[in-house]
Design a protein around this ligand. Structure first.
Ligand code: ACM
Length: 674
């Protein structure tokens, strides 16, 4: 073990030298990494005497933030701070704010801050309350426990964001997400300095906000699952308290079946309509030729936009399939009369009318990239989801845009995949002014395959890696460093309230029934859901399907398998550790099978348990060959490849993630060298 630690240390130092990463990167476990950090000497002790004082500009938001900081620190350390908010001189942490921020936080809000920690005290200074909020999160991430107790290391940090629009979109339609889900995710967003919650609030599967003008929208279009207007006001205030804007999206003219259950006359085809229970692109579409459509939208948007103070209103605009438009002879005649040549042109006509309504209610328009056509006002924002190209094209034309392509959390990819996507990757030919039109991006959590129970496990910790991409300097891109910090930050996010870790344990307990979830974890920890949209092809999923299988509990990335793969890449270092791990997996079959057999939910996973054991057994043999100094016979290697190819195939929509590193072991054995 001692030898291993030394080797790790050497590896760590070499990795630091190779990656040109600032040496402090892992010492501080900050995510996102700040723009500038200079280590100081010593440490500020955090004990029961901790207090926080406010200086300069004061407002209720800052008072609440100070109280939250004390509360969070107490949760994090388990120490009570009886005088935590006593605002008297000599407090260990002083928050200083210069002046008020924007009354309605916008994309232009100042968010920079400075944090100075010495062995005696700490000061957090910002021009605006939002800057103080950002710095507070940095302070909390710096708190650590060591042999001397809790402390914050002495540092000087001067920090500001790279992009002003750093969002998370949550789809509350495909699966309803109660207020608590949004609130805990807002807390987690704030912890990693995200600043826009984009609420996808209407779609084919639900109209999820109360309209007093058109109550049949939520009464008939939501199964009773919608936010009241009072809840929206509460949510917006909750987010503002944490420096987060809330942008509502009412998706139109497609993705609107739920509207037509109560108001069929708005559709381009004949009703009656029902709330959609399946996933996909559906035909019901608003009728763009009837004046009544625009009268309705004027009333509705006026009402809904008024609940959200943000300057932007999202109109959706994606995936209009045109089937109802083509089938309606009046619409065809209308197109001809207006010299509109195709359905894209008809959507442009609709968007022009919609834009006028959005503007009349004092809002700027944002929409998915389908809404874009030259001639739109320059204050609109295009959300690029079909590819990064539209981001660059719109920037060249002087339009603002944000990137979501590459940040789809519902694809259940590994954090590293998302981390490597950069909003400015395709912007090399843009002038600095054009590039400045790319405002940032949004991670998107579409909720077809998630429920309130497991949505956090698809958002976190990946969204923390994305948050770093949006906040930190472009050069901060070392994946190994990201993972080392993410491990710590992920646990902190669970403290903040996200349930990606805690609900994993609960879901495994359900699956295991009367048996030990700890044992099931041996299997659950090394599998991942199949990627992309393959799950939707695997079964006929609907909103009424129980999402309670192992594939629903499994995390998008198996940390155990990722770490195992890294250890295999570093062989012969830690050969003993690898052997021990493989033995545990090989022998897991005997204890896993009885657990899987006795649970109706787990029986489908028996082949995975068999494969885990067989693959681990295959992985042990190369270690013996390599020890013996003789290459493995080609026939043996071929036999193992056949076994591994079979084990690489999904079972019950799950992939066994140790197959790839074991394949590397087999290849090394055949070569006869590491
Ligand atoms: C989208 O993913 N249809 C915006």
């Amino acid at each position: 073990m001692e030898g291993l630690r030394k080797l790790c240390l050497v590896g760590f130092i070499v990795a630091m030298m190779l990656s040109h990463r600032p040496a402090w990167a892992e010492t501080y476990n900050l995510m996102p990494q700040p723009a500038k950090l200079e280590p100081g000497s010593g440490r500020l002790v955090i004990d029961g005497r901790f207090r926080v004082a406010l200086e300069g500009f004061r407002e209720p938001r800052l008072e609440a933030a100070a109280a939250r900081l004390v509360h969070r620190l107490s949760l994090q350390t388990g120490i009570p701070f009886p005088n935590g908010l006593e605002n008297t001189p000599g407090a260990p942490l002083v928050l200083h704010c210069d002046h008020a921020g924007e009354e309605i936080q916008s994309v232009r809000e100042e968010e920079s801050y400075q944090l100075d920690v010495t062995a005696q005290d700490a000061s957090l200074t910002a021009t605006t309350p939002v800057g103080v909020l950002r710095g507070m999160e940095t302070f909390l991430q710096l708190v650590r426990l060591d042999a001397q107790g809790f402390s914050v290391p002495a540092v000087h940090i001067a920090d500001h964001p790279r992009f002003p629009w750093r969002g998370l979109m949550i789809d509350v339609c495909r699966h309803w997400m109660p207020m608590g889900v949004l609130q805990r995710n807002i807390d987690a967003m704030a912890a990693v300095k995200l600043n826009v919650l984009h609420l996808h609030i209407s779609d084919d599967q639900g109209f999820r906000i109360e309209s007093k003008k058109f109550p049949k929208l939520q009464e008939l279009g939501s199964d009773g699952h919608y936010y009241t207007q009072a809840q929206i006001t509460e949510l917006v205030a909750y987010a503002r308290d944490r420096g987060i804007r809330v942008v509502p999206e009412m998706d139109m003219p497609g993705h609107s079946t739920s509207w037509f259950v109560g108001y069929p006359e708005l559709a381009s085809g004949r009703g009656p309509f029902q709330i959609e229970r399946k996933w996909g692109i559906f035909n019901p579409t608003l009728n763009p030729m009837r004046e009544e459509t625009y009268t309705f939208l004027d009333g509705l948007i006026g009402e809904i936009a008024g609940l959200f103070p943000d300057e932007y209103f999202h109109v959706g605009g994606d995936e209009v399939n045109g089937v109802q438009w083509d089938a309606n002879s009046q619409i065809s005649a209308f197109k001809q009369a207006q010299s509109i040549k195709d359905n894209a042109g008809l959507q442009t006509y609709f968007n022009r009318r919609l834009l006028a309504i959005v503007q009349r209610h004092g809002k700027k328009m944002i929409g998915w990239d389908e809404i874009f056509h030259p001639g739109l006002p320059k204050d609109i924002v295009v959300q690029s989801w079909r590819g990064p190209e539209s981001l660059v094209q719109t920037a060249q034309l002087g339009y603002m845009s944000i990137l979501s392509h590459g940040y789809y959390l519902d694809l259940a990819l590994a954090p590293a995949n998302y981390y490597q996507v950069d909003p400015l990757a395709g912007a090399t030919n843009l002038t600095p002014d054009q590039a400045s039109h790319i405002l940032g991006g949004e991670a998107c959590m579409w909720s077809e395959l998630v429920t309130p129970e497991n949505i956090d496990s698809r958002i976190w910790p990946s969204a923390a890696a994305i948050a770093e991409r949006f906040w930190s300097p472009q050069e901060v891109k070392d994946v190994d460093s990201m993972y080392r910090r993410l491990e710590v930050v992920s646990r902190e996010l669970d403290w903040v309230g996200a349930t990606h870790i805690s609900n994993y344990t609960r879901m495994l307990a359900r699956l295991a029934g009367m048996q030990s979830p700890e044992t099931l974890k041996t299997l659950a920890d090394v599998v991942e859901p199949i990627k992309d949209y393959d799950r939707e092809d695997a079964r006929d999923y609907t909103s009424l399907t129980p999402y309670n299988r192992l594939v629903d509990a499994a995390r998008p990335e198996s940390e155990s398998a990722r770490i195992f793969a890294v250890r295999v890449d570093h062989l012969p270092t830690d050969q003993d550790g690898i052997r021990k791990q493989l033995i545990i997996w090989r022998d897991s079959r005997e204890i896993l099978l009885p657990i899987l057999q006795q649970s109706a939910l787990l029986q489908e996973n028996i082949p995975l348990a068999e494969d885990l054991s067989a693959v681990a057994k295959t992985g042990l043999e190369p270690l013996d060959y390599l020890d013996s100094g003789h290459p493995a016979p080609p026939a043996w290697a071929e036999e193992q490849r056949v076994l591994l190819d079979l084990a690489a195939k999904p079972h019950a929509e799950l992939l066994l993630m140790i197959v790839a590193p074991v394949r590397k072991l087999v290849e090394a054995a055949q070569r006869g060298s590491w």
